[in-house]
Each structure stands twice: as C-alpha cells, then as structure tokens.
Ligand binder design. Structure first.
Ligand SMILES: Cc1cc2nc3c(=O)[nH]c(=O)nc-3n(C[C@H](O)[C@H](O)[C@H](O)COP(=O)(O)OP(=O)(O)OC[C@H]3O[C@@H](n4cnc5c(N)ncnc54)[C@H](O)[C@@H]3O)c2cc1C
Length: 392
C-alpha cells in the first residue's frame, strides 16, 4: 500500500508531468504521479515520426502562440534547449539536428521515455498508471485527490494532463475541468498544427495532386513559414500547412508561395524568346503533375515567346500568391497540439502556480501556450516543468 500523504501530486505522466516529478523529487520531496492511461508518455513515443523531436535550438518566446505573448519568456529562458541536451549528454543519449534547429533522437523516442522514467525511479517518485481521478478538493491547505486506487493528499497539485489532441491515446479535457473548478478561466481551445480540409470543388480541382509535396511559403497576414506543403485527398498538409494552421481562422484565405526564393516573372522575362511551352518550362521548377495543374488553372498552353505581359502577371500571381480557402481542419484526431487552454493571466509566469490558489500549478500543453512545429512544444513542457521545480 502506498503512503497516502505526499508533498506533491502530479496529474499526467506525459512529457511535462514526468519531467516535473523527477525534478521536484530531487529536492527530497515525496512525489506521486497519476495517469489514467495504461502506457507511459504515449505522445513522446509517437512524436517526431518515432524519433521524438525533443527540442528546437531556436526556441524563443516568438515561436509560441498565447494570449499573453510574453508569458513563456521567463520559463524558456531559465530552462533552455541546452539544458535538455546537456541532460541527454549526461545519459549518453545521441541526437542530431535535422533542419531548422530541430533536434531528434538517434534512437527511438522510447529513449526519452526511459530516461524520464529512470530519473523518476532514482528519485523515488511513485507512479500509478490506470488511475481514474474521481474528485479533487482543497481543504486545510492540502489537496485531496480521490481515485479508484484510494485517496491521496498533498501540499502541491501539478496539473500536467495535456490538451485534447489525439483522444485515441488518452487525451482528455480534464486539466481544463480542474482549472475551472478552482476558478481559473480557459482560453477557447481548438486543434492546431493540424491538416486543413478543402471543399468538394477545390478537392476536384486538385484531385490529381494528392500526394504531391513541394517547397512553399504559407502566409496569413505577416506570419509566414517556409517548409514543404502537401496536397492530400482531404485538403492540405505538410509542415508549412501545419504551422500556418495554428494561425488560421474560419473563412480566412491562406496564401501559398509555390516557388519561394525565386522570382518567376524575371525568369520568364529572361526567357522571353524561348519556344519552350509553358508547361515544360514550369516542369523545370515543379513536378510534372504540379506544372500541368498550374497551367490548367491558368488556362494557358503556349510557348514562352507567345505570352503577353498580362499572362506573365497572371502566372506570377498564381505561383507566388496562390490563394486557398480551407473549409476546416482535420480536428483533434489529427492535431499535434491544442491551441488555447488555461488562461495565463491566472498563472505566475515564474512558478506556473495559480495566482488564486496556493499550491496549484499548471504546466505543459494544458496551458495557453502553443509552440510551432519542430520541437517547440516539448521544450515548453520541459521549461514549464522546471519553473515549478525551481520555485519550491
Ligand atoms: C502525433 C504527434 C507528434 C508530436 N510530435 C512532437 C514533436 O516531435 N516535438 C514536439 O515538441 N511536440 C510534438 N508533439 C506535441 C507534444 O507531444 C505535446 O505538446 C506534449 O506531449 C505535451 O506534453 P504534456 O505533458 O503537457 O502532455 P502529454 O504528453 O499529452 O501528457 C498528458 C498525460 O496526461 C494524461 N491524462 C490525460 N487526461 C487524464 C485524466 N483525465 N486523468 C489522468 N491522466 C490524464 C495522459 O494520459 C498523458 O499521459 C506531437 C504531438 C502529436 C500528437
């Protein structure tokens, strides 16, 4: 039978919860971590295509979306990507940079889960999986957590139960429920880093392009991302689309530069006397299917030498300012993260403690801090976990 009194109870044995548990436990605190799932940290396991993109060396507050864009600054500056890589170095876990500062494990993601688990065990953290939390209350300055495995109590309660994305592996809105119970507000949640869907007529137009990936720059207002985009049988995906999806609102168009880093107008002008057909010329820049589609959208089938100035402008506009109007997203089933969450106005940015409830903390994805694609969300999990541990 477990001792029922703890210094800290952490709800959620995911990235943030495991990190926080082992850090708190190093200061001789008795820590209990509870999770309703059977498997430990499933999101780490499936992340980064199975090799966990555990941080990004460029992580900085501008790479996070929140109602308070300064909220993450303190935590991110006190536990940086270098702190996490130093931890991996100490335990001989190899990693490499892929692109754009993204660090991935050389081995499977399980290496990160095993490391967190080992650190928890070494520091005496007690972990109970398949534990349903039935009720939480705070009386006499202690949190009482009633579960199907008994009643536990503690001075500190750390809510680390993540967001709503991928319910199939155990995501729930329980963290938001706890926040509301204790009088904190929730910023409306929605799927982010998520594929976008197109209406039937657009899908028909692009049907031949399904599966085609291309270098692109996606834009909404002043926000833009240069990475690959991908046509799917439901709409658009690929890193540049996932990134921009976090900024997208319903009934808003997304502009896609299909040829970033080139100026198609001046290339055409340099080849003005060419007898090459437009389709063949575009094939020098795009896959054959994409070049064909661009020509049929433009309704132009001519040699370069026959193009009018107006047609050149039309080609330029379509290639550099291709506009799509998504009609929705693929939802939480496919979203990598949940945008929105516990309103940071209710949290102390140094400690992650609720301003109105002593001893109650929120960390990781449950908080209204949403990172870009590329290791930023795990970095937030590590940094926010450290903020709690360093505050006690
Ligand atoms: C497919 C996919 C790939 C991803 N790849 C990356 C990547 O490569 N890099 C990156 O930075 N981010 C990635 N992310 C995002 C990243 O996984 C999350 O942002 C991160 O896991 C959040 O950590 P967390 O600890 O807050 O929540 P989680 O890791 O989701 O942990 C929450 C835990 O709480 C538990 N829980 C939930 N509800 C309850 C309840 N009612 N009772 C008890 N326990 C509960 C869950 O079982 C889970 O163990 C990816 C996400 C997905 C879905």
């Amino acid at each position: 039978m477990h001792n029922k009194e703890f210094d800290a109870i952490i709800i959620g044995a995911g990235a943030a919860g495991m990190m926080c548990a082992q850090m708190i436990a190093t200061s001789n605190k008795k820590v209990l971590i509870l999770d309703h799932s059977a498997k430990l940290a499933e999101k780490i396991r499936i992340s980064g295509g199975g090799r966990c993109n555990f941080t990004n060396i460029n992580a900085r507050p501008e790479c996070y979306i929140s109602q308070n864009k300064h909220f993450a600054t303190s935590a991110l500056s006190r536990y940086t990507p270098y702190h996490f890589t130093e931890l991996l170095d100490r335990y001989d876990i190899g990693y490499h940079e892929k692109t754009l500062g993204q660090l991935f494990c050389n081995q499977k993601s399980q290496a990160i889960i095993d490391l967190l688990d080992q650190l928890c065990q070494e520091n005496g953290v007690i972990r109970l999986m398949e534990t349903s939390i039935l009720a939480i209350e705070k009386t006499n300055a202690r949190f009482k957590v009633e579960t199907n495995k008994g009643l536990f109590d503690s001075d500190m309660l750390v809510v680390a139960c993540g967001g709503l994305s991928i319910p199939l592996i155990g995501a729930t809105g329980f963290g938001y429920q706890i926040a509301r119970q204790f009088g904190l507000k929730i910023i409306d949640t929605r799927p982010a880093l998520v594929p976008l869907t197109l209406d039937q007529s657009s899908l028909q137009t692009f049907s031949s392009l399904s599966g085609i990936s291309f270098d692109s720059e996606t834009k909404i207002g002043k926000i833009s991302f240069r990475e690959n985009s991908l046509f799917t049988h439901r709409g658009l995906s690929g890193p540049a689309i996932l990134q921009i999806s976090s900024y997208w609102q319903h009934s808003e168009a997304i502009k896609i530069n299909l040829l970033p880093g080139e100026d198609i107008k001046s290339v055409i002008q340099d080849n003005r006397s060419s007898t090459k057909r437009l389709k063949n010329f575009l094939h020098d820049f795009f896959s054959e299917r994409l070049a064909e589609s661009i020509c049929s959208l433009l309704n132009i089938d001519k040699q370069l030498s026959q193009l009018s100035n107006k047609e050149i402008d039309k080609i330029t506009n379509l290639i550099h300012n291709f506009e799509v109007m998504p009609n929705g997203t693929e939802g939480y089933k496919k979203a990598e993260v949940t945008k929105g969450g516990v309103d940071t106005a209710y949290l102390n940015s140094k400690s992650m403690m609720a301003k109105n409830v002593d001893g109650l903390y929120f960390i990781g994805e449950v908080v209204d801090v949403t990172g870009w694609l590329g290791g930023y969300n795990f970095q937030w999990a590590w940094s926010s976990a450290y903020a709690v541990a360093s505050s006690i």
